[in-house]
Design a protein around this ligand. Structure first.
Ligand SMILES: [Zn+2]
Length: 84
């Protein structure tokens, strides 16, 4: 039995790693702003290419989480970031 494999060479495989590299760069820049205390930090990075829009909202954790360490971190986050 002969199995023929047809490769589709028309697909651009470079687009996903390029996009991942760009997003990683934006996140690294946000991390530097957070640790060096300057600029405006994006807590949620999302981009709508159709509307050319960068979303700048904040994704909050569950206040009734079962993990007590998670609740401690939430309190720290509220004191440090939300109440300035
Ligand atoms: Zn939690």
């Amino acid at each position: 039995m002969i199995i023929k494999i047809k490769l589709n060479l028309k697909v651009c495989a470079a687009s996903l790693p390029t996009t991942m590299g760009l997003v990683a760069g934006l996140l690294a820049q946000n991390l530097l702003k957070f640790f060096l205390n300057f600029g405006e930090i994006a807590y949620l990075q999302s981009y709508n290419a159709l509307l050319n829009f960068f979303d700048n909202s904040i994704l909050l954790p569950n206040p009734s989480c079962n993990d007590e360490n998670c609740l401690k971190r939430q309190m720290e986050f509220e004191k440090k970031v939300l109440i300035k």
